[in-house]
Structure formats: C-alpha cells, structure tokens
Design a protein around this ligand. Structure first.
Ligand SMILES: [Zn+2]
Length: 420
C-alpha cells in the first residue's frame, strides 16, 4: 500500500496544483462549484458515489456565489465503520507580498506554492491519494471511506460542515471516525480547540455640543473605565488560568481575551472631512474571549458582566448593554479514541517516534462535527506547517504530503481492517 503512494508522487503534486488553480477565495466564495466538481469528477472515476450539496440560505449563498459542497463515498465489500476525511476548499485572500502567482501552483524546490497549498488543499490531495491507494491495495475491505470538500471554513463553516452536519452527514450511523487534514505539521495530532465567546459591549452616554461636554455624558469616557477595569482586574485574572490542554503555541495554554474593535461617537467615515462636533452617546467594543476546557461558559460571561455591574454601582451615570455574538464550546478528543490511536500508529511507523498531541488555540470545523453531529472520534491531522497558513508565499512540501498520505493510509488500514 505505501509503495503505491510513493509511485503516485507526481499525481499527488499535480492534484495539488490543479486544486490551487481554482481561486476559491472566501469571502466572497469564488469558484466553489468548479472546484467541487473537479474533486467529484476525479473521485467518481475512481468508483466513489458523489453528491453535491449547496448550503442554501447560508451566509453569502446566492446564485453568483453558491456554497457548493462535495461529499464522496466509497463502500467496501461488506458493511463496517466509515472513515471520513473532511477538507475545506475555501482559502483566504492572497493579500500582498507574494513572489509567485498565488493561484498558479508553482512547483519549486520540492514545494508547491500558492494560496491554500498549506491550508489546506495539500491535505485534501494527501487524503485523496491515501484513500485511493488503500482501496487499490485492499479492494475487499469492510466499511466505507468518505471524502468531503466543504466551503466557508474560514468564515465559520455555516454553509459547509455546519450545514451538512444538520442534515446528518456527520453523524452515526453514517460516519464513525473523522480526520480533518488541516495543516498541523505531519507528526502532530490535533485533538481539538479552545472555546470562543464573542460579545459586544456598549456604553451609553448623552449627546451634547462638544464645546460644552459638561452638558452631556461621554460614552467613550465610560468605556475608558471599562478598559481600566479590564487592565486592572480581568487580564491578570485570565493570565492566571492555565490549562491541561496541550495547546500550541504554549502562549495559548491559558485564558485569553482580545479586544477586536472599539468605536465611539460618529466616525470620520460618516462624513469625510467633517468630524462630529458632539459628545458621543454610544461606544461599542467587541471582545473575543478564548476559554479552556476547565472553564464554564456561564462563569466566563459572569466574570465580564460582574465588572460591568460593579461600574454601574460605583460610577455615576454608567449604563451598558452586552450582546452575545458567538459561542463555541471547547472540544478535545480523548487520546485513547480509535482515530487518535490509528493515526498515532501511522506517525510512529513513518517517522519512528510518538505523535505529538496538540490543541488549536482557535477553532475549526471540528466544532460542528462535535456539537451538531455528535461525533467525538475526530481529529485534525495533515501535512503543511501551521505557521505558513494565511501568509504570503504559502507552500506545502511534496515529501510532507507523501508522508502524511502514508500516515492516513495506515490509519485507514487500522480503522477498517484492524491491521497495520
Ligand atoms: Zn484551514
């Protein structure tokens, strides 16, 4: 089986190049349908049953930019478990600073360059080659293999994995084990991610002429008091909360909060060149709180709300509103789960060392597979160096893709045939 993968290096490379040439940039969700059809046509030729599912009504879905997902399934000779490889086909914008065309798929020095090589079309190509090699080597296997190419991961996955999960594509009895070939480095297994709470805090004031601020009440000064309370009490408290989750990088092994934005008063964009002459009656801040498996979402929220309530008691005229924007629960697959063990054996066989377990500081589509699909035997494993994702001159190493494909094929062999 592994020799079949070695023989298909050129095919693996070309497949990656072909995928890069679809500029599946999100937003807006360009070229999703031709990319999905390219994957579907290839897998259909290899005997897979292919379905296209459009995320109708999902954010961004319209006839110009349809959210086209592809799901392919290959049933073995007899019933058994199903292993599903899920890759997102969307990529982020190329941005500035490239020395090569980001959508040409340039091959140089054993690497394929282009937007989405690392995150994560190289991983998708590896999973296709791994599945095809396994099927060719063991055509009488039991169970099934699925490969999906899904949209919108970079914008939350609502038209992609979340949409499919709501329709049962990521639930038992259809699926048992899920591998997401995100670029976590070829010798690491990503077990899950931290939780997320986004909220918008608004402080209220009263409008007045800017020359007589004492006649009004500045919402920005009230927000200043919020920032001061965060600096004095909240950030030091978050820094003290450490986790047993093996988050990489190590700096994210604690609770964190980012202030994503802060807007008070009328912006200059409202009427360029004519800034507001008023005391601001509103100031809004968006916070992005990342929390740990040891934390409870209710406590995470009350930590912030209790600071705001204290200001409402202690500070004259302090009024606020807080609005939830997004909640994602932390998730972490057990180290003794079947898919972790199977891929762990593959890493050991190919690299001669134990897999390193990591947890992602940010979330990815595993959240929908756990929360909506209730599949907890799920990991991220794929080639590509995480730090290169979303960067200019993004690349994936060809040997890394070959090695990862071998690890995936060994994983299939263990999960579907019970042998190495
Ligand atoms: Zn990704």
């Amino acid at each position: 089986m592994l020799d079949l993968i070695d023989k298909r290096i050129d095919e693996l490379t070309q497949l990656t190049v072909d995928l890069i040439r679809f500029p599946t940039v999100n937003p807006p969700g360009e070229a999703y349908t031709p990319c999905a059809e390219y994957i579907g046509n290839r897998l259909k030729r290899r005997g897979f049953e292919v379905e296209y599912v459009r995320g109708i009504g999902a954010p961004g879905d319209n006839d110009r930019y349809p959210r086209t997902n592809i799901i392919a399934r290959f049933d073995g000779r007899s019933p058994g478990p199903t292993v599903h490889f899920n890759s997102h086909i969307d990529v982020v914008e190329a941005g500035e600073g490239w020395s090569v065309d980001p959508f040409e798929g340039i091959i140089r020095d054993g690497r394929v360059y282009g937007r989405g090589t690392c995150d994560m079309k190289g991983g998708l190509a590896s999973s296709i080659i791994a599945a095809e090699a396994f099927i060719d080597a063991y055509p009488d296997f039991s169970g099934a293999i699925e490969i999906s190419g899904t949209v919108d991961e970079e914008s939350g996955g609502f038209g992609g994995v979340a949409y499919l999960a709501k329709q049962g594509y990521f639930s038992k009895p259809r699926v048992d084990h899920v591998i997401i070939p995100e670029p976590l480095n070829k010798d690491r297994i990503c077990l899950g991610h931290r939780g997320v709470w986004w909220a918008e805090i608004e402080t209220k004031g009263r409008i007045a002429h800017g020359s007589m601020p004492f006649l009004g009440d500045s919402a920005i000064r009230h927000m200043g008091a919020v920032l001061e309370a965060f600096e004095r009490d909240l950030f030091p408290a978050l820094d003290r909360k450490v986790t047993s989750m093996p988050v990489a990088p190590v700096g994210a092994r604690r609770s964190t909060m980012n202030i994503n934005s802060l807007h008070g008063g009328q912006t200059d964009a409202f009427y360029p060149g004519l800034p507001s002459p008023n005391v601001p009656d509103s100031c809004k801040m968006v916070i992005d709180r990342r929390f740990l498996i040891e934390e409870d979402l209710g406590e995470v929220k009350s930590e912030v709300i209790s600071l705001l309530d204290r200001l409402a008691r202690d500070r004259a005229n302090f009024r606020y509103e807080i609005r939830d924007m997004m909640e994602v629960m932390p998730t972490m697959t057990e180290k003794d789960a079947p898919v972790v063990q199977a891929i762990g054996h593959g890493i050991h066989d190919i690299f001669g060392k134990d897999a390193e377990f990591v947890v992602s500081p940010g979330t990815y589509d595993q959240k929908h597979i756990a929360r909506i699909g209730h599949i907890y035997d799920c990991i991220a494993y794929g080639p590509g160096i995480l730090d290169l994702a979303h960067q200019p001159d993004e690349w994936v190493g060809i040997q890394d893709m070959v090695d990862a494909a071998k690890v995936m094929a060994i994983g299939l062999n263990i999960l579907l045939r019970g042998t190495r």
